[in-house]
Structure formats: structure tokens, C-alpha cells
Design a protein around this ligand. Structure first.
Ligand SMILES: O=C(O)c1ccc[n+]([C@@H]2O[C@H](COP(=O)([O-])O)[C@@H](O)[C@H]2O)c1
Ligand SMILES: Cc1cc2nc[nH]c2cc1C
Length: 356
């Protein structure tokens, strides 16, 4: 039996995209003058197979997991913050809780695996697949069974969102240490002219705010991990198992399933973009289902976005994660749809069009 994540991704309706593009050129503005807002409306029209795309029903799912690699001293914050923030997400006090509520988006938290258990809560999908990952400087981050369980959890979350009629899926993440894991995965998967060491230096950043000493520790931890796992890192599935994180794997599974079900994804910051990179390395046909919300302040994000040929919508100096950048970009998608559906055409408004 073939693995579910290798099954076909849907194709957006190209004809609908062409009609949307032609429609944009009839609207009362110089062609192209709404920039990326036009591109988004066209992409959503093709993805939703409709003349009038909408993003009324939005599912925001924040995946949380712990990371064994934090014992190397790679984060400015203690591991306990992951579980503490899960509780804060549920209680409504986190940035994403506020942003989701403000915009009427459906919000849930997913515990993919924390070092200590978390009490159940109506907002929490509490299905840990392990007590966090192992320290990948010493051994693989997760077993094959844990990988499949985390990827499968992401799949079922995407399926639930689809069943509930989501027109847009926003994944987020929370996990102390996960910028180290994401940098390691990105260094393994990005193929360019740089040496592995140069890639690591470009991809490892300060995360929650490590100082210069912490940054060096982080770079060296990633370098050691990639040397230890050198035989597996050219394959995306093996790289995720070796140096990934449970929440990163769950996001990868959710993104792939969204593509299989035909649900557009708004990708958040550095860690989410690395999950998108992993998903695209598994199946490049996922690309038209992805919109990139913002460029995070995390230094490696630019390189990841470049590798994805992505033009993020915003650059606000944010580096919070937890889907916050995507939630802040959500109104832009809604505005793009309103403009596309409600602006007058040159003909209907009696405005003279250009001569050619
Ligand atoms: O989304 C981003 O671009 C981003 C950039 C830096 C940090 N983060 C968040 O910070 C946490 C990871 O930072 P660290 O330093 O513990 O690796 C994790 O919970 C992420 O959500 C997120
Ligand atoms: C407080 C805090 C909140 C976060 N949200 C996402 N990552 C985070 C890291 C910290 C430290």
C-alpha cells in the first residue's frame, strides 16, 4: 500500500484562474495596480473553482510540541513554556487567541507531544504521539512510528477543517527549541551552491532571542546533528524523522492533506515555512495551494522563502510564531476577495479604458 502522503494533490482550476485574471483587467484600475492583491484573488478563484472566492470560514490550528535538543542550550526560554503557552492559547490570552477571536476564525490547539502531559480543554486536541522529541544531536528526533503518527495527526486535523467547510487553513506552531529543528530541516532540504556549513550559518537565527554565545551553540548543535544524520538528510521524510519536530511533522501532514482536499493554506513564519518546504519536497504539486503570509524577523526565513520562490505579503518585523503572522495577513486575503467580487468594471461604471 502506498503511503497516504504520496497520494495525488488536487489541481486548481486553471480556466477559472484565467477568467479571474481577465476579470481583474476589466476592473476600474490600471491592470496590475493592486499588485499581490490581484494575484491572491486569482489564486483563490482557481483554488476554490469560483468567480467569487471567499475566506469567510477560516480554521486556525496551532500545533505544539517539545524538543529534546533544548538540553543543548539552544533557546532563550525554558522548555516548560511550551506547555504553559498551550494553556495560555486555550485560556484566550495568547496573541493568536486574540487575533483569531478578533477575526471570527475557528481556533484550536493541537498537542502533538510535550515533555509533560497537558490537561484536556475544549479548545485542545490533546493527542500527544510522544513526550517530545529526542535530542537529535545524539539520536534521531523521532521513530518512524512517531513520525507517521504526527504526520497522520496533521492529516486528520486538515480533514476536520475541510469537513467543517474551511475555505482557508492556517497552521501555527509552538515549541521551545523549534527554530533549531526547523533550521536543521531546512539545511538538509535546501539544495543550492552553498556548503552545508554556509547553509547552517545562513539558516540558524536567534529564535526567541539567544545572545551571541547562544547563537554559536545553536549553529554548532545543528552542524553536529547534520553530520550525525548525514546518511538520511537528503530524503525529506528521513530528514524530518532525524532532525525535525513533532509539530513540524504534523504541520507538514496538514499542508499535504490540504492540497489533497483542495483547501488553500496561509503559511505563517519561519517554522511553518520549513514545514511547507518539507511538504513540497514530498510533493511539489502542493505549491498552488500555498500563500505565504509574512517574512519573519528570524534571519533564516529569507533563505527559506527564496528556496520556495515565495513572495510574502507582509514584513512587520514579527517573530512570534503561533500563526500570528498569518492571522495578521488574513484581512488582506479578505480584502483581495472583496475587491475582486465587488469593484465595478470599466464598462459598468462608464470609465474609459486604455487605448490598447
Ligand atoms: O514564526 C517565526 O518566524 C518564529 C521565529 C522565532 C521564534 N518563533 C517561536 O519561538 C519558539 C522557538 O524559538 P526557540 O528560540 O525556542 O527556538 C517557537 O515557539 C516559535 O513559535 C517563531
Ligand atoms: C512567551 C512565548 C510565547 C511564544 N509563542 C510562540 N513561541 C513563543 C515563545 C515564548 C517564549
Amino acid at each position: 500500500m502506498t503511503a497516504w502522503w504520496t497520494q495525488a494533490i488536487q489541481q486548481p482550476n486553471a480556466e477559472q484562474g484565467e477568467q479571474a485574471s481577465a476579470h481583474q483587467n476589466q476592473l476600474t484600475k490600471p491592470p496590475g495596480s493592486l499588485g499581490q492583491l490581484e494575484d491572491i484573488a486569482i489564486q483563490l478563484a482557481a483554488n476554490q473553482n469560483t468567480l467569487k472566492p471567499k475566506v469567510d470560514n477560516v480554521a486556525i490550528r496551532v500545533f505544539a510540541g517539545d524538543h529534546g535538543v533544548v538540553e543543548e542550550g539552544v533557546s532563550a526560554f525554558p522548555q516548560a513554556v511550551t506547555v504553559e503557552m498551550i494553556k495560555n492559547f486555550c485560556a484566550g490570552g495568547a496573541a493568536i487567541s486574540v487575533l483569531a477571536k478578533e477575526q471570527g476564525a475557528d481556533f484550536q490547539v493541537v498537542n502533538v507531544g510535550t515533555a509533560t502531559p497537558v490537561e484536556d480543554h475544549p479548545k485542545l486536541i490533546n493527542q500527544p504521539v510522544a513526550a517530545g522529541t529526542q535530542n537529535f544531536c545524539q539520536q534521531a528526533a523521532m521513530t518512524e512510528a512517531e513520525f507517521e503518527a504526527a504526520l497522520g495527526l496533521g492529516k486528520s486535523i486538515a480533514e476536520q477543517a475541510h469537513q467543517e467547510g474551511a475555505q482557508l487553513f492556517i497552521g501555527g506552531e509552538m515549541g521551545i527549541g523549534n527554530t533549531t529543528a526547523a533550521s536543521a530541516v531546512a539545511a538538509a532540504l535546501i539544495q543550492d551552491e552553498l556548503t552545508l556549513e554556509q547553509k547552517v550559518l545562513a539558516l540558524v537565527g536567534r529564535g526567541t532571542g539567544v545572545d551571541d554565545k547562544g547563537l554559536t551553540i545553536k549553529q554548532q548543535a545543528v552542524m553536529r546533528a547534520l553530520a550525525l544524520h548525514q546518511d538520511s538528510i537528503s530524503d525529506p521524510v528521513l530528514a524530518l524523522q532525524a532532525v525535525g519536530g513533532l509539530e513540524i511533522v504534523a504541520l507538514t501532514g496538514a499542508y499535504l492533506r490540504c492540497g489533497q482536499l483542495g483547501v488553500t493554506v496561509l503559511v505563517d513564519g519561519f517554522i511553518c515555512s520549513v514545514a511547507a518546504l518539507a511538504a513540497l519536497s514530498i510533493n511539489e504539486k502542493l505549491r498552488p495551494w500555498l500563500i505565504f503570509a509574512h517574512q519573519s524577523e528570524e534571519s533564516g526565513h529569507q533563505k527559506v522563502l527564496q528556496a520556495l520562490d515565495a513572495k510574502p505579503l507582509l514584513n512587520l518585523g514579527m517573530r512570534l510564531g503561533e500563526a500570528s503572522g498569518a492571522a495578521v495577513a488574513l484581512p488582506l486575503l479578505r480584502l483581495a476577495c472583496s475587491l475582486h467580487s465587488s469593484m465595478a468594471t470599466f464598462e459598468s461604471a462608464g470609465v474609459s479604458n486604455s487605448d490598447d
